[in-house]
Design a protein around this ligand. Structure first.
Ligand code: MBD
Ligand code: FE
Length: 271
């Protein structure tokens, strides 16, 4: 596509929103009497952010939650939450019994996440799809952290005839924004802490219901109230239960506990 064609096909909403953004930035320049030098420095910073591939990270740390809030309407269904910068579409479709793809030595304690997907009327939804992704127990996301295999800790699976699902994975670690990059340097300058609480990402879909992008957090996490992205919602926090005596016959070393958590999702019917 040539530049001319790109200009002609620019979404009018982008032009509209950009125009308002310019107005907002102009107000800041006036208010702070920003010098030409400072103005160039901000440009250089943004250039560095883009060069390091951190633009989605920077945007999602500071503005993702605003976009989620701006689009939120209380409708009785499970609350939405920010998608974050690490979603990859077309994750592998899993076969039961479901387990997110992971290495034999994957960092993180074993976790079985189970639950139900229902409609607003309480009806269990058969064949609802969960598209799930997460960091491992070392806080690493595949496709973004070097050395982690493609689609590691990412997968799609569906609910059974009673709207239930169960998937094996590992307990994710709290996610730390990379300290060396420009986003980290900015957080440091702002005196902010670098962590997101541990979380699971999930997109839910069903032909007759509205799709939902949300996250699951765990009770007792040290960063629930200081999330660098400010995205935690109380309704999305679940108990992480230590399961000492699993009765499914799976071998568990004594020093390697396993965990369970239970999540029920409610989808809003198609408008
Ligand atoms: C993440 O893993 C994330 O989920 C969000 C919203 C922002 C930064 C990193
Ligand atoms: Fe995340």
């Amino acid at each position: 596509m040539t530049t001319d064609q790109a200009t002609q096909t620019l979404n009018p909403r982008v032009a509209e929103v950009f125009s308002d953004m310019l107005e907002a930035v102009a107000t800041v320049i006036q208010k702070r009497s920003v010098t030409y030098e400072e103005y160039r420095e901000v440009g250089g910073f943004l250039e560095e952010v883009a060069k390091q591939g951190e633009l989605p990270l920077l945007m999602d740390v500071f503005l993702g939650v605003v976009v989620d809030d701006a689009n939120y309407t209380a409708n009785g269904g499970t609350e939405s939450n920010v998608e974050g910068p690490f979603y990859i579409p077309d994750a592998p479709i899993l076969q039961p019994p479901y387990a997110l793809p992971r290495r034999g030595n994957e960092p993180g304690e074993p976790l079985v996440m189970s639950g139900t997907v229902r409609g607003l009327d309480g009806k269990p939804l058969t064949g609802a799809m969960l598209d799930m992704w997460q960091a491992n127990g070392a806080g690493e996301y595949s496709h973004f952290h070097p050395g982690v295999p493609e689609f590691n800790m990412r997968g799609r699976f569906t609910t059974d005839s009673e709207g239930r699902f169960e998937v094996r994975t590992v307990v994710p670690a709290a996610y730390e924004i990379p300290k060396q990059g420009p986003t980290g340097r900015l957080l440091n300058a702002l005196g902010r802490q670098f962590f997101r609480p541990a979380h699971l990402h999930v997109k839910l879909s069903h032909p007759s219901y509205q799709s939902l992008t949300t996250q699951i957090y765990f009770e007792g996490d040290a960063y629930l109230h200081s999330d660098v992205a400010g995205a935690v919602k109380d309704e999305l926090v679940v108990a992480l239960q230590k399961d000492d005596a699993r009765s499914n016959g799976e071998q568990q070393a004594l020093d390697s506990p396993s965990y369970t958590c239970s999540c029920s999702f409610v989808l809003q019917p198609q408008a």
